[in-house]
Ligand binder design. Structure first.
Ligand code: PGA
Length: 246
């Protein structure tokens, strides 16, 4: 049995005041022990705040990105060691916004995945196709190649130490969620590519997940949870999505 997981990706949103309000709201509403695993990924400056507000809760904390380098003269970068040091449990790598706006290649993403894993945190590999790629019938090729670059670098067992988030680029922040069946097809393909590790790796879906769409997605056999952007900035919406995963 794979435990369902819901992660909030705040992206570049919030400030001290709103971050604290959001974190306190979550701590109040998500008390006790739950079947679903829940975590938030605030922007770097609010990770320590998240750790302290969520200290006695069952809500984990992650980061949205990391450097591929260990340490040294890399101005503006954040090392995996530093994230582990301040108590991060998860790190997203290869989010489509990083691949697109920062031209991150799958090779770079693979190095970041390995860096996170080496420091004992759980890397979350984001993969996804653009609308153009989907319409050209290339969805599986694109997802397969993004995934295989990390498999080449870390091995199947290495990838299986982390998690995967399937996030179709055309569904991110657009209000267009993939239908549960569309997402299920890709999730099942990812398990196939993962071979002997396919059954155990957890695969979240991401892309405009809302309380109204969560249940349908979570009812699919290969969808193990959600990576939530916009809706994770509202306590009510995020908690409703977490409840749908129970
Ligand atoms: P969204 O973002 O829920 O706002 O579409 C998801 C993501 O990019 O992780």
């Amino acid at each position: 049995m794979r435990r369902k997981i819901v992660m909030g990706n705040w992206k570049m949103n919030s400030n001290s005041e709103s971050a604290e309000a959001l974190l306190k709201g979550l701590a109040e509403q998500w008390t006790g022990v739950h079947q679903a695993e829940v975590a938030v990924c605030p922007p770097y400056p609010y990770i320590a705040l998240a750790k302290s507000v969520l200290e006695n809760t069952n809500i984990g904390v992650g980061a949205q990105d990391v450097s591929q380098h260990e340490a040294g003269a890399y101005t503006g970068e954040i090392a995996a060691d530093m994230l582990a040091d301040i108590g991060c449990q998860y790190v997203l790598v290869g989010h489509s916004e990083r691949r697109d706006y920062h031209k991150e290649s799958s090779e770079l993403v693979a190095k970041k995945f390995a860096a996170v894993s080496a420091k004992g945190m759980i890397p979350v590999l984001c993969v996804g196709e653009t609308l153009e790629e989907r319409e050209a019938g290339k969805t599986f090729d694109v997802i397969g190649s993004q995934l295989m670059k990390v498999v080449d670098h870390c091995g199947l067992a290495g990838v299986a130490k982390g998690m995967i988030a399937y996030e179709p680029v055309w569904a991110i922040g657009t209000g267009k969620t993939a239908t549960p069946e569309m997402a299920q097809d890709v999730h099942s393909y990812i398990r196939e590519v993962m071979g002997p590790e396919g059954d155990q790796i957890r695969i979240m879906y991401g892309g405009s997940v809302k309380p109204e769409s969560a249940e349908g997605l979570f009812s699919q056999k290969d969808i193990d949870g959600a990576l939530v952007g916009g809706a994770s900035l509202s306590v009510e919406d995020f908690v409703a999505i977490c409840r749908a995963a129970e």
